[in-house]
Every structure is written in structure tokens, then in C-alpha cells.
Ligand binder design. Structure first.
Ligand SMILES: [Zn+2]
Length: 150
């Protein structure tokens, strides 16, 4: 569940690190060092973070939408904007670069995309290629649903 939420947060333009195999001490140290907010479904970890004075949000609702609404309320986010330009790789949180010459990636994407799309992005870390596609409609619906609840 948190992995999926991390991907959504990146789509919404939030710089989000996700680790599924990391021990609590490392989470505490790393978030303190990097000034990050800890999102966790683990009540014990949530309490430890609070005790250490770290910003932390308990993500323990049943649905993704409820969890995202909880997170944004905690962050005083009043509404989510559709990202006109994607910022972060949904897989690794790397920054996305706009590809200037789409022919430079023609071996990496299906032909039909090369002919129908003009704007592509490449992750600066894992090299994954992105384009604005039909999933944006699903995201737009999700944003609408979240904004209605904020
Ligand atoms: Zn990446």
C-alpha cells in the first residue's frame, strides 16, 4: 500500500523516498538528516518518530484515497494540482529530464508512440522513459476525488 502511495505522491509532484526493507533506526536517522517527513503504517514507528520530534504521518486507512487525503490534510495541502509537467520518476524518485530529440530514444519506445507523441521525459537515474498518456485521465479523476475531500 505505501509503495503505491509513494508512486502517487511522485506523480503529484512530491519528492518521495520509498524503502520497504529498512530498519526503524535508519528511517529515524535518515529522515532527520534529510529533513523528510516519515509516512508509516507502523504505529510503533509512528510513536518513536513523534518522540524524536520528527514530522510523521500515520498512514493506516483502508483505502488509497483515504490515506492520501489524510496525508494532504496533515501537510495543510488544500488542493492538488494536475502536474502539467512530471517531476519525479514514479519508480525511483529520480528527476525527469525533457528529451529534446525524440529520435534519440527511438529504439527504446514503440514506433506508434514515436509518431503520435512529441514530448518525452527520461529519468536521470534509472533511464525510464515517460510520456503523457491515457493514465493521466485516471490520475485526473483521482485528483478530483481527493480535492473533493480536502
Ligand atoms: Zn527512475
Amino acid at each position: 500500500m505505501l509503495g503505491k502511495i509513494a508512486r502517487k505522491l511522485r506523480i503529484f509532484g512530491f519528492d518521495t523516498v520509498y524503502e520497504s526493507k529498512i530498519d526503524d533506526m535508519d528511517i529515524l536517522n535518515s529522515s532527520k538528516y534529510h529533513g523528510r517527513i516519515v509516512l508509516t503504517s507502523d504505529r510503533a514507528l509512528f510513536r518513536r518518530c513523534k518522540k524524536k520530534g520528527l514530522d510523521t504521518i500515520l498512514v493506516d486507512k483502508r483505502t488509497e484515497v483515504e490515506n492520501l487525503v489524510t496525508i494532504f490534510r496533515s501537510l495543510d495541502v488544500e488542493s492538488i494540482n494536475s502536474q502539467e509537467l512530471p517531476n519525479f520518476c514514479t519508480c525511483c524518485n529520480g528527476l525527469l529530464d525533457t528529451i529534446i530529440d525524440k529520435n534519440s530514444i527511438k529504439n527504446k519506445i514503440p514506433d506508434r508512440l514515436l509518431h503520435t507523441k512529441d514530448i518525452f521525459y527520461k529519468c536521470s537515474q534509472c533511464n525510464k522513459i515517460y510520456w503523457i498518456g491515457s493514465h493521466m485521465e485516471r490520475i485526473a479523476r483521482l485528483i478530483k476525488e481527493i480535492n473533493m475531500k480536502l
